[in-house]
Design a binder for this molecule. Structure first.
Ligand SMILES: Cc1cc2nc3c(=O)[nH]c(=O)nc-3n(C[C@H](O)[C@H](O)[C@H](O)COP(=O)(O)O)c2cc1C
Length: 312
């Protein structure tokens, strides 16, 4: 009896994870089935579990799951597995990186009357999450709509606060999966540390450039100069081909660097922190160049020439 259910479980897992055939697994799950994940402490029912498998299979369409061991102890069955695949399709709100991922874990199933009534999953998500750039898998499925509950008053106050903060304007660049240069204007740039040389940029997930930035190992950051006032408008727009009338060249790490910028850097992406509607990219500087060109200044929604400022 136990041997039969072991084989059934192994076959049902293989059918679900490798072939997308969820029927044998569904047949094995008791109506009151519950699956708990150690670590996230989240639990799902049968439908939720099958939905999770479906979402992972969609994100890694070439994935292969291998069952390494099945162990029985009384009415409990332990299953040890490894999944390999390429992250080529979005997972929740995370754009694909095109990278190869290996993830492994174990599940402990409790059997009653030939059905799985309870399953405890222990999953070593480290490799997968490192590739996704997420602190937890749950954040891949977080609601990313702006918080409409927050008072408009607080938003207006923050706007007024931001208006008093003077910044430069950068263009953040990368290539899309077809090798086409992509970029957007951003003033959410900040130096994080000099040693190690880290910076951050903050990009909204609804930007059309965002998936290209997310999948890239390196991104370029160009501080716009007063010669590039027209370029700023192009990169602040939704234009399909922003590089068509702009002079640029690939830097030593391949990212698009804009000619005539006040300064440009190329960074290796180290972290991609999720901040609801935005992602904070932390990059380690790999290449830097600065020219004498005066940077554009941005204050209160207007742009200014930084030449001739009075020192205090
Ligand atoms: C001065 C200025 C600063 C901006 N800063 C940011 C920023 O820090 N992060 C961001 O995601 N968008 C920022 N934007 C908005 C994007 O440039 C804009 O939404 C652009 O159309 C995005 O293009 P895309 O959807 O083609 O990527 C800024 C725009 C301007 C004009």
């Amino acid at each position: 009896m136990q041997e039969t259910i072991e084989t059934q479980i192994a076959q049902a897992w293989t059918a679900a994870w490798n072939d997308g055939n969820y029927d044998p697994l569904r047949d094995l799950l008791a109506p009151d089935f519950v699956r708990e994940s150690k670590g996230s402490e989240k639990s799902v029912d049968a439908d939720g579990f099958i939905q999770q498998i479906h979402e992972m299979r969609q994100a890694l369409p070439d994935s292969t799951t291998t069952i390494e061991r099945v162990l029985t102890h009384g009415d409990e069955i332990g299953l040890f597995w490894t999944t390999d695949g390429t992250f080529t399709q979005p997972l929740g709100n995370v754009p694909p990186t095109g990278r190869q991922v290996t993830t492994s874990g174990a599940t402990l199933s409790t059997i009653k009357d030939g059905k799985i009534v309870y399953e405890q999953a222990t999953w070593n998500m480290t490799a997968l999450l490192a590739d996704l750039g997420l602190p937890s898998l749950a954040s891949a499925f977080e609601e990313i709509a702006p918080d409409r509950e927050a008072g408009t008053e607080a938003r207006e106050l923050l706007k007024e606060f931001n208006k008093q903060f003077v910044t430069g304007v950068t263009v953040i660049t990368a290539h899309d999966e077809d090798g086409k240069p992509r970029g957007l204007a951003a003033n959410a740039y900040c130096s994080v540390s000099l040693d190690p040389p880290l910076i951050l940029v903050c990009v909204m997930k609804s930007s059309s450039t965002y998936p290209s930035l997310f999948r890239s190992d390196h991104i370029g950051i160009n501080i716009l100069s007063t010669q590039q006032r027209a370029t700023l408008d192009v990169f602040a727009s939704k234009s399909k081909d922003k590089f068509a009338n702009v002079d640029w060249r690939p830097g030593p790490h391949g990212t698009p660097l804009l000619e005539g910028s006040a300064a440009s850097i190329e960074v290796e992406v180290k972290e991609r922190f999720q901040a609801l509607t935005h992602t904070i990219f932390i990059g380690r500087v790999q290449h830097a160049e600065a020219l004498d060109n005066d940077p554009i200044l941005y204050k209160g929604g207007k742009f200014f020439d930084s030449d001739g400022l009075t020192a205090l």
